[in-house]
Design a protein around this ligand. Sequence first.
Ligand code: ADP
Ligand code: ZN
Length: 201
Amino acid sequence: MNYGQHPGWIEVISGVMFSGKSEELIRRVRRAIIARRRVQVFKSHLDARYAGLYSVSSHDGTELEATPVDSAAEIFRMIRPGVQLVAIDEAQFLDPDIVSVATVLASRGVRVILAGADTDFRGEPFGSMGDLMAVAELVDKLQAICVVCGDPACRNQRLLDGKPARYDSPTIMVGGRESYEARCRHCHKVPRKDEDQTRLL
Ligand code: ADP
Ligand code: ZN
């Protein structure tokens, strides 16, 4: 894919879980590989989904090899000379340096694709995704399907033991008895302390 005459720009693929971010990232990377571009794929170590740490996998089972990283600086250190495309999955888990890493790579002529959840389970901006969307040339905001009503879904519903997780539960819980559903704004529930008290009246 070409964006302008100069190589080097930033693409963001954002959206909730199940919205097809990994599918879209994999599709773009595969096409670049067919075009014989030099490609490197990374993903945040924090994503243990399917325990497939050395691959980017989508919920429909397609996979791509990826190098797990803990920090944005680690990505920068591992960049090989002459790389033309750098793809990063689960970018919401990376530290804020990811914005400057993406910017420097793009200015050096690298096509940078970042996929990540733009909102956390509370419906609030997640990590540096908002900043990445601001500095990117191209942004896609994908939607899943709300499992409650069938509308387009823009929120991640976190369930703990099958019940909506409260607002003050930690943003990132690795392991545990939690699960996630795609839901629309109206079916998304995040109980807060004051609401709990109202219910008791
Ligand atoms: P993401 O990376 O955004 O989590 P994936 O690319 O891994 O998304 O998975 C997208 C796939 O998930 C869809 O193509 C579909 O097969 C499946 N899927 C499961 N539940 C849903 C849902 N509620 N809405 C849309 N797709 C869903
Ligand atoms: Zn809904």
